[in-house]
Design a protein around this ligand. Structure first.
Ligand code: HEM
Length: 356
């Protein structure tokens, strides 16, 4: 090697680096992003929905338990598919899926901060809190989205903070606040996967009014729910589970399965096949926000087609639905799917007998 090449080669190399620094940075960033996406392909927390218990007697129950704190918010393998649906809903059905009353703005900001702190600590491969333009932000490495944290920014819309929070989570999020009669009401909500209602219809409603269509709610559970909400403290977060039965048409896509503002069981879908009957479970979480004192209510939706339900749960569903009073069965759409569930349960029982 000559003296010339010893001097010239590093100079050429350095000038190429300087000349193409933008392209090199872009390439490095893309490589990093790809690595993260590969890591993200694995579901980091695959929390299963609560099984159907097969209760002997029907009663509307609170059935609350202490929150499993490390699974307050969860991520599973459906994250990206559901995020695409959430993104489409926030663009195409905005007013129906997200509303914030002016008094909820501080609580919505606090909710975004809590969500961001939790996600970046629990799932550091997917979420990172970082400084950008000297302001704190959260970056979602799976979607490439970035949101500013820490208080309102000029020209901000009322819904910006709550929208950022539900773009990060798989959960729908609502803010409950207390009115002058000491009743909790829906002060803000991003409910993208509703079951027979939309946010624009019910924003501002009290919890009691919201449950008017639910048979036996007022007789059996209304007072306990009011007491529970008043007593909830920042140190005693709770959770509960609920299930619905949904009937889908044969080629329905994920958007229409998850976004159900009308009925979960349309009568025109009478006589559905087992794969068209979906057990739609909700995991609901309740947290009192320490700074503003509002309640942050989260709902994660899980979908299981009837033909994928474990035998024990199918048996429990078949048993439980027989205990429902007439008006409860009607509310839950049993006339659309009930006979089919029984028929499917009987056929599975026959198959199991033959196999034994
Ligand atoms: C401990 C608290 C709560 C309990 C025990 C509870 C219980 C229930 C029950 C039993 C149903 C009927 C579902 C079924 O039987 O299949 C229902 C429906 C519903 N709940 Fe709750 N819920 C609670 C909190 C909330 C909160 C905080 C919200 C606020 C968004 C909410 C919104 C609704 C809505 C919108 C429906 C559907 C009502 C309809 O059919 O129009 N619930 N809830």
């Amino acid at each position: 090697m000559t003296v010339f090449s010893l001097v010239a080669l590093p100079i050429i190399f350095l000038s190429l680096v300087v000349r193409y620094q933008k392209e090199i940075r872009h390439w490095l960033w893309n490589r990093q992003k790809k690595n993260h996406q590969n890591e993200c392909a694995k579901p980091p927390s695959d929390l299963k929905p609560q099984p159907i218990k097969g209760r002997e007697r029907y009663r509307v129950m609170m059935d609350i338990r202490k929150l499993d704190a490390q699974n307050w918010l969860t991520l599973d393998k459906n994250y990206m598919d559901e995020h695409r649906v959430r993104d489409a809903l926030l663009r195409e059905k905005r007013d129906q899926v997200i509303q914030c009353l002016p008094e909820s703005v501080d609580a919505c900001h606090e909710a975004l901060e809590e969500v961001s702190n939790f996600l970046s600590q629990r799932f550091p491969n997917m979420f990172e809190t970082t400084m950008y333009n000297s302001k704190p932000h959260i970056q979602n490495r799976m979607t490439g989205e970035m949101f500013e944290l820490g208080g309102s920014v000029p020209n901000e819309n009322l819904t910006d903070a709550l929208e950022a929070a539900v773009r990060l989570t798989m959960e729908d999020l609502s803010i409950l606040m207390r009115n002058e009669d000491d009743e909790y009401y829906l002060a803000a909500s991003a409910s993208l996967f509703p079951t027979g209602w939309t946010v624009d219809q019910r924003i501002g409603w009290t919890i009691s009014r919201m449950h008017e269509p639910v048979p036996l709610w007022h007789q059996q559970v209304a007072t306990s729910v009011s007491k529970f909400l008043v007593r909830l403290t920042p140190n005693s977060p709770m959770e509960r589970s609920n299930y619905f039965v949904e009937v889908k048409s044969p080629n329905e896509n994920l958007f229409d399965i998850l976004y159900r503002p009308g009925s979960l069981c349309e009568k025109k879908l009478f006589n559905p096949s087992p794969d068209q009957i979906i057990i739609r479970r909700e995991r609901q979480t309740f947290r009192r926000l320490p700074r503003t004192g509002a309640i942050l209510f989260g709902v994660k939706t899980f979908l299981t087609p009837l033909d994928e339900l474990p035998m024990q749960e199918l048996e429990n569903l078949a048993k439980e639905m027989e205990t429902w009073p007439e008006n409860v069965g009607e509310y839950k759409g049993k006339n659309v799917w009930g006979a089919k569930v029984k028929e499917f349960y009987r056929s599975r029982t026959q198959v199991e007998k033959v196999e034994v």
